[in-house]
Write a protein that binds this ligand. Structure first.
Ligand SMILES: [Zn+2]
Length: 130
């Protein structure tokens, strides 16, 4: 990817993460909106899976399929579709209540408030100034 292509991805949503809307910092990721699903093979010398340079959906390697994303959103989205990523984020309150003692205590002390609302990604409400 050239610097110009990467800049065009950065500019898609005014320098914000396409998903959470945070201002992108150095080290932001170019997310494949529709996942390309890289192929991996086991490397005996490294004792781990390594990317073999191929992917299951090579036609998705195009400018239209890239969104700018913060590292956190891109890592959590991983190879999920947009709708599966939305389901994942929607379930975070449930998993916090199940798995985090600190979260449950903070809720009991009224330090945080849960609200029911749909997960709407930044790109879905972004209005270009152009
Ligand atoms: Zn984000």
């Amino acid at each position: 990817m050239t610097k110009k292509e990467r800049q065009a991805i950065f500019d898609k949503f005014g320098g914000h993460c396409a998903y959470c809307g945070c201002v992108l910092q150095k080290g932001w990721h170019a997310d494949h909106v529709k996942p390309i699903r890289r192929k991996f093979k086991y490397d005996k010398s490294k004792q781990k899976l390594v990317h073999n340079g191929e992917c299951r959906h090579p036609k998705r390697e195009c400018a239209d399929n890239y969104f700018p994303a913060c590292a956190s959103c891109n890592i959590n989205k991983h190879s999920l579709s947009i709708e599966d990523f939305r389901k994942l984020v929607s379930g975070f309150i449930t998993s916090l209540n199940r798995d985090s003692v600190q979260y449950r205590i903070a809720r009991r002390y009224g330090l945080l408030q849960e609200i029911e609302k749909p997960v709407i990604f930044y790109f879905e409400q972004y209005k270009s100034e152009a």
